[in-house]
Design a protein around this ligand. Structure first.
Ligand SMILES: [Zn+2]
Length: 299
């Protein structure tokens, strides 16, 4: 059975799923979709849902380059010829998905990391977009800078007062379950979350979570989760520890079950905390016994 688009307001819809996909109808039967899901199947589901309403996908905006957000691009582009747009830095990975497991592993990655969750299907990108107003036919949408989870992540605000927030924040359910949401730049994430708190859209739709009118509690939970991890690392590092040991102690404390995928995502997120806390003067890096370690910076 074809899953149907849900209306948020006016011409703004979404397709509910493991990754919520935004849809904005802007002229006649043309629509822009915000992300496309993880693979061909997700792309097909979206095509069917859009088709059931007599709409045609003219443009795809990818909020960022994680595999679950652009893996459906290929089949949609093939069937519709839609124009693909994203920011320059995210485009590099969407066009070269090998870079994701490559940066997580920091060299040619293990075969097991080259899976559909960490390496999406390559897609062409037709145009780079930046933050600010963007014309779609006769209407203007707003591209909002939401960097932090990914370096060039964007959100899309429609003229109906709906903001698609990508992975800028996670639902309270996810935060409670994982405690360590995946962010790759802590300073940018904190700024983005604080900015979101001040915004006044009517509706917010995260890719992983529910459509909501008020996201203050969720934002607070995301910020608290970040501060809690900073605090935990700070307390642990009264004696020097390697990144490997810090990852292990966080996993133990938070009850994170490690698969190889999960290890590399956790490692990446912990690295983001280490660089943030070092930049902020809370920690310093040193070498000891042929290992790189971090310790609390005094004075
Ligand atoms: Zn993501």
């Amino acid at each position: 059975m074809t899953q149907l688009l849900k209306k948020i307001k006016g011409n703004t819809y979404y397709l509910k799923g493991p990754v919520n996909i935004g849809v904005y109808v802007y002229e006649g039967n043309s629509c822009v979709v915000v992300d496309t899901g993880i693979d061909d199947d997700a792309g097909r589901k979206l095509l069917k849902a859009v088709d059931a309403m007599g709409l045609e996908i003219s443009a795809i905006i990818n909020t960022h380059s994680h595999a679950d957000h652009f893996g459906g691009n290929g089949i949609i582009v093939k069937r519709t010829g839609a124009e693909v747009m994203t920011t320059k830095i995210e485009a590099a990975i969407i066009a070269n998905p090998y870079l994701e497991p490559f940066y997580l592993f920091s060299a040619h990655p293990l075969k097991t990391l080259q899976n559909k969750f960490l390496m999406g299907k390559e897609s062409r990108v037709d145009r780079y977009i930046e933050t600010g107003e963007y014309e779609l036919g006769s209407v203007k949408i707003n591209i909002i800078d939401l960097k932090g989870h990914s370096p060039g992540q964007i959100g899309v605000a429609t003229p109906d007062g709906v903001l698609f927030t990508a992975d800028a924040y996670f639902s309270s359910k996810i935060i409670k379950k994982y405690r360590l949401p995946y962010f790759t730049n802590i300073n940018d994430t904190i700024q983005t979350l604080k900015m979101l708190k001040e915004m006044e859209y009517e509706y917010y739709l995260p890719c992983h979570g529910k459509c909501a009118e008020d996201i203050h509690d969720e934002i607070k939970m995301n910020l608290d989760a970040i501060y809690e991890t900073i605090d935990f690392i700070h307390k642990k590092l009264v004696k020097p520890m390697s990144r490997e040991e810090i990852v292990a102690s966080i996993c133990k404390e938070y009850g994170i079950k490690l698969s190889i995928n999960q290890y590399y995502l956790t490692h990446s997120c912990v690295s983001a905390f280490l660089s943030y806390m070092t930049d902020e003067g809370m920690l310093k890096a040193l070498t000891e016994n042929y290992q790189l370690k971090w310790v609390v910076a005094k004075g």
